[in-house]
Design a protein around this ligand. Structure first.
Ligand code: SF4
Length: 216
């Protein structure tokens, strides 16, 4: 979808000033409460028809780490919280292994509503929902973004690569050039437990970058 059409929709929603990808941060940008209310009533991309509830994100609003996944699954859709169920438990354990409690970070997804049948998000859905994610990033102003899974990583970076090709590097997100590290999605690790060692390396890498405040 081109920016003009997207802005038309978003303007109709009253949020044009802050939505466009790469836009300068706005005047009148919504605070946390306003943003969550906007998401909970959103009908922009059509996924409101199949969702049980929106999944805004949870955690520390002043977190150093922002963890971003793909989209809510069935458990998340039911509970309204990202990364619950077995994959969520594994993510919590992964964070704990590097000294982070779940409440220390902020966790959200590229999409705030579940695509039917857990299919991958469409480009259009990602575009529509991006404004909410972008505002979350602005509000948190994290020191590091951890993109979990290929869909999240490629959406954030505007790429189309395998996770394996994106790991082990420091990418940069947005105008603030926030360091971004890519790792495997915990749902993938449940199917391929031998890859956990790679994730452990990725998390240590991310922790070092966060501690240094910059990429190598
Ligand atoms: S996925 Fe995002 S854009 Fe689509 S309806 Fe949900 S909140 Fe709105």
């Amino acid at each position: 979808m081109d920016n003009g059409l997207r802005n038309e929709y978003l303007n109709a929603m009253g949020v044009q000033q802050w939505v466009a990808r790469d836009a300068v941060v706005p005047v009148d940008a919504p605070d946390w409460t306003e943003l969550e209310n906007m998401v909970s009533g959103c009908t922009l991309c059509g996924l409101q028809e199949s969702r049980t509830r929106t999944v805004f994100g949870v955690g520390n609003h002043n977190a150093d780490w922002l963890v971003i996944g793909e989209a809510p699954g069935a458990d998340e859709d039911r509970q309204g919280e990202p990364f619950v169920g077995r994959a969520g438990q594994l993510l919590t354990e992964m964070l704990f292994a590097i000294g982070l409690q779940r409440d220390d970070v902020f966790i959200c997804n590229i999409l705030k509503c579940r695509p039917p049948g857990n299919r991958n998000p469409s480009t259009e859905e990602v575009d529509f929902c991006h404004a909410y994610l972008q505002r979350q990033i602005e509000l948190i102003d994290p020191r590091l973004i951890l993109a979990v899974g290929g869909v999240a990583a490629n959406s954030l970076l505007g790429l189309n690569e395998k996770v394996g090709a994106l790991r082990g590097k420091v990418h940069r997100y947005g105008e603030q050039e926030i360091p971004l590290v890519v790792t495997y999605h915990p749902a993938y690790l449940l199917r391929s437990p031998l890859e956990k060692r790679k994730v452990w390396k990725d998390l240590q890498f991310a922790r070092a970058i966060c501690a240094n405040g910059q990429a190598e």
